[in-house]
Design a binder for this molecule. Structure first.
Ligand code: GLY
Length: 551
């Protein structure tokens, strides 16, 4: 009872502090967590303060954000993690992306000869084999200091004791209410008994998820992939015509991959390799921009924005053409980033076409952690679109992902983000769908100086690029770098998306250059921590209501 009371006070205090904070910038000397929900940042810092390292805290924060922002991520999804270990100075990349079930075939998503995009986005066929718990557990076992049950404790308390629904979650519930009503588990947690959506400030309690997390003990992989939870998932899949079977779960394994790295103006920028496209695209953009004296153009000046648009179009063309799961296709990263090729595309002109509807997404979640020893974690996790496949495994609270939509169903069929792809990202049994997640760590002279990343489908890559440039080229602190208005262009649909906070003069100037533009309230969501000799300066994006917590 006492623990419950204390935890309630801690939650209230964290939310009050987050609300009262005049700016989102936070300084820390010992450790810091920047996450998309104040309670997730708080969970990570609790672990740091109790002696855990950055990996322990990242696992705690990832599990907690899966409770507090369950529309974005959770144990029914998967992700990517970049880890810097201070003792050795090495960086590791962990891929715990979902995989296509073994039973998937060329005709799974075809009806009457036509591709059915909806089957990739909603319902049992949308679900990829989850990787989240296998990944978190692998990171913890290799680099953490705490047991899984200890790292999971803050998330368990949040789920069981309840927490006030944040603005972001309330918006996601409201816009998906009709779909939530069709699933008993989602309906019970996120809607009132009369079917109306729960609103900001109301208590959300996820008792079944809390019990599931508690039941994982210290061997989450055993239970989720081979034990009692695996049985519930496969039984549910079978009853609903889904494809994930016990062999899919038992065979799932996260993969340690070699991070991508390129130099940018004296900085070593490390990011995620395929099956995320994010790292390669970010590094390609930096290579294209490097000699362009980006800073001299002026932050968000029309020539700077036009240069960004051209760069973004190129990297998205390359994404669609070359990227896929490296266990299935060769992704020619060295060719894509080769000096000769970069030189050839620097001055290429881009056509402008009429614009169809542009993508919009508020799923996925990013968090950054730095600890007192200087270890760094940059972690992005997702169940894909808000509330994933919009289905829960009965009586477990596990919201299943709709990651199958990140595959390219057919060359002329765009996914929910408007992204098209080619055969490298075609669907195949056991294959990982391409991602845009871009967890990134920047070193100077071998020492981390910045970690960042974000959420929001393809806007992850372009938002991460702009925040990185804002810090490295325009010398903004993380808070101002994140707050600064952003643009996004992914070549198809050929429209430049511009946040409404961007001055009208910039929008007019881009329109005058012939770009078709469209204004949106927000593009992506970013978290960043800058590491200086004085300590840690972190910020979370106000766009989704996150927080950085330091001490
Ligand atoms: N599910 C969004 C991404 O991985 O890019």
């Amino acid at each position: 009872m006492m623990r419950r009371w204390k935890s309630g006070i801690s939650i209230a205090l964290t939310l009050w502090l987050a609300a009262m904070r005049p700016a989102l910038a936070v300084m820390g000397k010992q450790g810091m967590v920047a996450a998309e929900h104040p309670l997730a940042a708080d969970a990570g810092v609790r672990i740091l303060r109790s002696g855990g390292n950055a990996i322990d805290a990242a696992v705690a924060a990832a599990l907690a954000v899966g409770v507090a922002n369950p529309s974005s991520c959770g144990i029914g999804g998967g992700g990517f993690m970049l880890i810097y270990i201070a003792k050795t100075g090495r960086i590791y990349a962990l891929d715990y992306r979902e995989k296509a079930p073994r039973a998937v075939t060329a005709t799974t998503y075809i009806r009457n000869g036509k591709p059915q995009e909806n089957l990739l986005r909603n319902g049992p066929l949308a679900v990829g084999v989850p990787g989240e718990l296998a990944g978190l557990n692998a990171a913890l076992k290799r680099f953490g200091t705490m047991s899984f049950s200890r790292a999971a404790q803050p998330a368990i308390e949040l789920a069981r004791n309840g927490f006030p629904c944040g603005d972001h979650l309330a918006r996601e519930i409201a816009r998906t209410a009709a779909a939530l009503a069709r699933d008993d588990g989602l309906k019970a947690v996120f809607l009132h008994p009369d079917g109306t959506p729960r609103k900001t400030g109301e208590t959300i309690t996820e008792s079944e998820l809390g019990a599931t997390l508690q039941s994982l003990g210290d061997e989450p992989v055993q239970s989720f992939y081979r034990g009692a939870i695996a049985a519930k998932i496969t039984e549910f899949m079978k009853s609903r015509g889904g494809l994930i079977g016990s062999e899919d779960l038992a065979a799932y394994a996260p993969v340690w991959r070699t991070p991508l790295m390129r130099q940018y103006r004296g900085y070593s920028v490390y990011s995620m390799p395929p099956p995320s496209s994010g790292g390669g695209m970010l590094l390609e953009a930096l290579e294209i921009l490097e000699p362009g004296k980006t800073a001299a153009l002026g932050l968000n000046s029309p020539p700077y924005l036009a240069r960004l648009v051209e760069t973004m179009r190129q990297i998205f063309i390359d994404r669609a053409t070359f990227y896929g799961d490296p266990d299935f296709v060769h992704v020619p990263i060295d060719f894509l980033l080769s000096p000769a090729r970069i030189d050839a595309i620097r001055h290429k002109a881009f056509e402008v076409h009429p614009a169809p509807q542009a993508p919009r997404d508020h799923g996925t979640s990013h968090l950054c952690v730095v600890d007192h020893a200087g270890n760094v974690v940059s972690l992005t996790t997702t169940i894909n679109t808000p509330f994933g496949a919009r289905m829960t495994v009965p009586h477990t609270g596990i919201i299943l992902n709709d990651e199958m939509d990140d595959f390219a169903l057919a060359p002329d069929v765009a996914n929910v983000y408007g992204l098209r792809g080619a055969s490298p990202n075609s669907i195949a049994p056991g294959k990982r769908p391409l991602s845009s997640m871009t967890p990134t760590i920047v070193l100077k002279d071998g020492v981390p100086v910045l970690t960042l990343g974000g959420s929001g489908g393809p806007t992850i890559v372009t938002a991460t690029l702009q925040v990185l440039l804002n810090v490295l080229d325009f010398h903004l602190d993380p808070e101002r770098a994140i707050r600064s208005p952003r643009i996004h262009d992914q070549y198809y649909p050929p429209v430049v998306l511009i946040e409404q906070a961007m001055p009208q003069t910039d929008r007019d100037a881009l329109a005058a250059m012939g770009f078709r533009i469209r204004t949106l309230p927000m593009l992506g969501d970013e978290e960043a921590i800058q590491i200086t000799g004085d300590g840690y300066d972190g910020a979370a994006d106000p766009r989704k209501g996150g927080a950085a917590v330091g001490y």
